[in-house]
Design a protein around this ligand. Structure first.
Ligand SMILES: *[C@@H]1O[C@H](CO)[C@@H](O)[C@H](O)[C@H]1NC(C)=O
Length: 368
């Protein structure tokens, strides 16, 4: 701005004739017009140039985004604070509320699929929707466990809040973040007593993971904990127990796009056992985890070959150690709490498309 003002003063300078004759008058008028013709575009250009800075400062006074949790049961969200996103995660301009009466003011109304699928909650389809309000469908279950996504859900939701990477608000069960200078390096538990461990509570013969387990256990010993084997672990004993195993079977109960759960992020990575994974295709693991941080069942022609590979690794400290190298550069961040998931809605809010409707939610959910 100051540049512009200085230039405008110069334009006054050219209006300083000492002796004004009618001939020189014309000359001055001509010069002044020339001055104006040069300076006006310069002025416009400078104003245009400085305007991004002006709009940036406007953005910093961004209004709050209001998120309404529709009929969330008390056990689902215990006494949440309206400002929890700021208090807990430093995410600003975000209000999370549960009072139905605030419906007309909400920017996003969040429906939890579990409540919908159990019939405990009905969509308030009769309510008029304030302009700009978005309805969000939230689920962290695999499609097999989402129940039937009824036809009445078509054309209702504007957003998906889901562990999938292609959801509008992606809330994966965990992820890797670069290790920062000064972060403590995890101890690598090397006192191993068991080759392969598995914790399982739901066992069905039809699950693919059950078949792989049976085949594996026929070749190498697999130590099984959990309800199914009548060998349950106390929550506090879970990680110390798994840490004594070379490998942990991070086998998902459903095979679905991007469905990679705490079995990987917590049970394996946080215990220090190398995960043997069964779930979505290996590419989907590679998209979220560094190489040599997991072993995928599908990378072997047979379960027998997998078993041989695991035995070899356990007997070769150097090669086994390669599966711990990622700890130098990365740390794992499991994200299992509801508060964090909800606050991600505010974080993503500015990038939501201006208009989006899920006409066939069931098709989206079942996509591979
Ligand atoms: C949200 O979905 C409703 C229902 O289909 C639609 O009328 C509305 O325009 C959508 N809003 C946005 C912001 O996409």
């Amino acid at each position: 701005m100051s540049v512009v003002q200085k230039d405008l003063k110069t334009s006054q300078d050219c209006n300083h004739p000492k002796e004004v004759t009618s001939a020189s008058m014309k000359k001055y008028i001509f010069l002044c017009i020339l001055c104006v013709l040069t300076l006006v575009p310069l002025y416009v250009w400078l104003i245009g140039y400085s305007s991004p800075a002006v709009s940036l400062s406007d953005n910093s006074e961004q209004r709050n985004v209001t998120i309404l949790l529709w009929h969330w049961t008390a056990e689902r969200v215990r006494a949440i604070s309206q400002n929890m996103c700021w208090e807990r995660f430093n995410i600003p301009h975000c209000k999370v509320m549960m009072q139905e009466a605030l419906y007309m003011k909400a920017d996003v109304v969040v429906f939890h699929n579990l409540e919908l699928s159990t019939g405990r909650l009905k969509l308030p389809l009769e309510l008029p929707r304030p302009p700009g309000q978005r309805w969000a469908w939230m689920s962290i279950q695999s499609p097999d466990n989402n129940g039937r996504l009824l036809g009445e859900y078509g054309g209702v939701f504007n957003l998906t809040v889901n562990y999938r990477r292609d959801a509008d608000v992606s809330i994966p069960y965990g992820g890797f973040v670069p290790r920062e200078f000064g972060d403590p390096v995890d101890d690598i538990p090397m006192e191993k007593t068991d080759l392969v461990c598995w914790v399982v509570s739901h066992y069905k013969d039809s699950f693919r993971r059950s078949q792989v387990y049976e085949e594996l256990n026929a070749v190498i010993p697999v130590k099984v904990y959990g309800r199914w084997s009548n060998n349950p672990l106390e929550p506090n004993d879970l990680l110390p127990t798994i840490s004594r195993c070379y490998f942990y079977l991070a086998f998902e109960n459903s095979i679905a796009k991007d469905y990679i759960t705490e079995k990987l992020w917590i049970n394996s990575y946080q215990s220090g056992a190398v995960p043997v994974v069964l779930g979505p295709p290996v590419e989907e693991y590679k998209a979220v985890a560094p190489p040599y941080s997991f072993i995928h069942v599908d990378e072997f022609a047979s379960v027998k070959e997998l078993a041989e590979y695991l035995q070899e690794l356990a007997g070769d400290a150097k090669r086994y150690g390669e599966y711990m190298q990622w700890k130098r550069d990365w740390k794992v961040q499991p994200s299992i709490n509801k508060e964090w998931r909800l606050c991600q809605i505010c974080l993503r809010y500015p990038s939501f498309p201006p208009h989006k409707v899920y006409t066939d939610l069931a098709a989206w959910d079942k996509a591979t």
